[in-house]
Every structure is written in structure tokens, then in C-alpha cells.
Write a new protein. Structure first.
Length: 176
């Protein structure tokens, strides 16, 4: 299912288990936040086609964290520059460290807890927070019992997010 969040932002939800994928049109750039799981591949391609976007037209992918349900479709986008926390992807030479992202409209916030290297993305002008698996609707939080998870770090990350002025929460799973 495609849900339009703003005039330039869409959320893709899938029937099979996957993270949500978000499409942001920023000027001439097509940006994805996360890429979803293999099981969602056909739906992801279908949704992009419905929006008249070919996989080759995705310019940038921002990865919230290195869990399979967020990254398995990265290879669908041959022209995309892929940004993530490099510590989360030490062997993957295609991943560009998030510190090198130069998009002034998007702030990167390191939010360990669900995983050691989790990242959230914040667009202050739009008052939108893309929270990955750190924060979900109704105050639910990401699991901390997986490898790299840490309850104390999660608490610190949630305190960071509480200070942000956002009106729309776009989590990795659940409702927008």
C-alpha cells in the first residue's frame, strides 16, 4: 500500500514482513529511507512503478540500521548512493558513511538501542521524523534484546528524540 504523507513523501507498506520504505522527492533527487526485505521486493517495484519511478532513478538510499528487513533490496537500485552508519556495515564497500551525507534538509541522529548503530532521519522544515526501529506509534519502542541492542542506550536515544519538534512520525514498522 502506498500512503502519501506530504506532497513529496510517500510510505510503502507491504503485505509480507518488511520494514516500511519511504520515498522522498527532494528537488530532482529521489531518496529512499530503507529498502525493505526480499519478500517485499515485487511490491516495492510495483509501488515505484505506480509513481512513475524506475529503480535506476533512485539517487540516494538512507539506511536506518543493518537488519535484514531494512536492507535486502539495496541491490535493486544500481545508481543509488547508499548511506548508513559505516560501523554497521564494515565489510560493505558500497555503503557511504552517513557523516558524508550533504543534504541540508535532512538531519541525521544517531540513536543506538535497537541496534548499536541505529540512525533516525529528521526533516525540520516538514516536522517529520523517520525513526527506523527506535520509536513506533503510541510510544512503543524497538526491541533491545537483539544482538547490539541495549536498553540504556535506547533510553538515551529516546531522550534525544523527545527534544525534536516533529508532528509526523514515520517508523520502520506499524502506523505513520
Amino acid at each position: 500500500m502506498i500512503q502519501k504523507i506530504k506532497s513529496n513523501i510517500w510510505q510503502f507498506k507491504f503485505k509480507k514482513f518488511s520494514s516500511h520504505v519511504y520515498l522522498i522527492k527532494l528537488g530532482e533527487k529521489n531518496i529512499l529511507i530503507d529498502a525493505g526485505s526480499f519478500s517485499a521486493r515485487d511490491e516495492l517495484l510495483k509501488y515505484l512503478k505506480e509513481l512513475n519511478i524506475k529503480p535506476q532513478q533512485i539517487d540516494i538510499i538512507l539506511i536506518t540500521h543493518n537488519h535484514w528487513d531494512h536492507v535486502e533490496n539495496l541491490n535493486l537500485f544500481p545508481n543509488a548512493k547508499i548511506y548508513g552508519n559505516k560501523k554497521d556495515f564494515p565489510e560493505n564497500k558500497k555503503i557511504i558513511d552517513i557523516a558524508k551525507l550533504k543534504i541540508k534538509e535532512i538531519r541525521t541522529i544517531k540513536t543506538p538501542g535497537h541496534s548499536k548503530e541505529s540512525i533516525c532521519f529528521y526533516i525540520p522544515k516538514e516536522k517529520i521524523l523517520f525513526s527506523g526501529d527506535t520509536l513506533f506509534h503510541r510510544g512503543y519502542i524497538g526491541r533491545t534484546d537483539l544482538p547490539g541492542g541495549d536498553q540504556k542506550e535506547m533510553e538515551g536515544s529516546l531522550n534525544k528524540l523527545k527534544k525534536l519538534d516533529y508532528e509526523i512520525l514515520c517508523p520502520g514498522h506499524g502506523y505513520e
